[in-house]
Design a protein around this ligand. Structure first.
Ligand code: AMP
Ligand code: MG
Length: 334
């Protein structure tokens, strides 16, 4: 379906009727269903092959819709919404009675986001209900950032894809929980920890954000515990300068179907086939490109990939977090 009035109305009708539609947002494509219909939501898990213990984000198109979804909206939540909604920020609070266990995966909290992309909001309006929507990829593979990638994963599994062009940010929303005594960042995204602290004052960073949870530790955000976002190729993140990177890969001896995932303009210096993911000094170009680059590696038949390590400052934390999971936590120092 195209991004026009008629198709948006059709998408709304399918969603209201309990169907599944993949929709564009400013972060990644989402696989949407009526958030208040437990049967419709259950179809999302089936289509994605998503683990049942991984809760969904509920998307709204007007701030007033928030009240019915949560038991209470404390002052600091209002302040966060005021500062960063509509936008790529998801806020977790204790849930109200209308949230089915399918949506919250049995937790007593619910994650809510008010997206900034106008097309997304028009689709929610057309549906007339809040939409539960995880990323529209098959579970475990990189999130889709355009309609073609969405169709590659979802063909035959859902009712429609609405093509809204390429996603602006390209990685999923920042997830912060306010259901804990101290606000806690569960997933980094385009809204940075610094920006959250400006409003909240205090913010803890969950251990799962920058590393791997230890065996037996319960994940605050179930989605962060999985190897994730990953292409078929085996990725190793190589820390260090470009020169150190080049020296390191020269020492590995692997060549056939070995690729470099590097920054724009570095291809000439690297003696491997290269796929680029943005400018070294610009995390927003990296977030925009990362998931597409991971899919390109698969399309080009990469078996082994050495990746340049992004800076973890600001939006870079989100880029590093996704790349780390794509690499199955494999990091080495050059
Ligand atoms: P996705 O929609 O595919 O981007 O995944 C949603 C992310 O938000 C996953 O990492 C979930 O684990 C997380 N999430 C959603 N709802 C909650 C919740 N109530 N508590 C903690 N994490 C949540
Ligand atoms: Mg996802």
């Amino acid at each position: 379906m195209q991004n026009n009035k008629e198709d948006i109305a059709r998408a709304g009708k399918i969603l209201r009727g309990g169907g599944l539609v993949a929709i564009p947002t400013e972060t990644v494509y989402g696989l949407a269903a009526n958030a208040l219909d437990g049967l419709a939501v259950a179809k999302i898990f089936k289509a994605k092959g998503r683990p049942q213990d991984n809760p969904l984000i509920v998307h709204i198109s007007h701030i007033d819709q928030w009240d019915a979804l949560v038991s209470d909206i404390p002052e600091r939540a209002r302040a966060l919404a005021q500062a960063y909604w509509p936008g790529p920020l998801t806020i977790i609070l204790p849930k109200s009675g209308i949230i089915h266990d399918e949506v919250s995966a049995g937790l007593d909290t619910v994650a809510v986001r008010f997206p900034s992309m106008r097309t997304t909001r028009k689709i929610i309006d057309a549906a007339g209900v809040p939409l539960a929507a995880p990323s529209a990829n098959l579970s475990g593979s990189p999130s889709p950032t355009c309609a073609r990638h969405t169709m590659d994963d979802m063909r035959g599994r859902i009712d429609a894809v609405l093509d809204g062009g390429e996603c602006n940010f390209g990685v999923e929303s920042t997830v912060v929980t306010l259901a804990t005594p101290v606000p806690r960042l569960l997933r980094p995204g385009a809204v940075t920890p610094e920006e959250l602290r400006e409003v909240l004052g205090e913010l803890e960073i969950d251990d799962a954000v920058m590393g791997q949870l230890k065996e037996g530790v319960k994940a605050a955000s179930p989605g962060m515990k999985y190897k994730h976002y990953s292409p078929k190729a085996e990725i190793t993140i190589v820390k260090g300068t470009l020169d150190q990177f080049v020296r390191y890969i020269s020492g590995t001896g692997e060549r056939e179907n070995t690729f470099a995932l590097c920054f724009d303009g570095e291809e000439e210096k690297i003696p491997l086939r290269c796929v680029t993911y943005g400018r070294q000094d610009d995390p927003l170009t990296q977030s925009h490109r990362l998931f597409t680059a991971l899919r390109e590696l698969d399309e080009q038949g990469a078996v082994k990939v050495f990746a340049r390590c992004p800076s973890t400052d600001g939006v870079g934390m989100a880029v590093y977090n996704r790349l780390l999971r794509a690499a199955g936590f494999s990091v080495t120092d050059a």
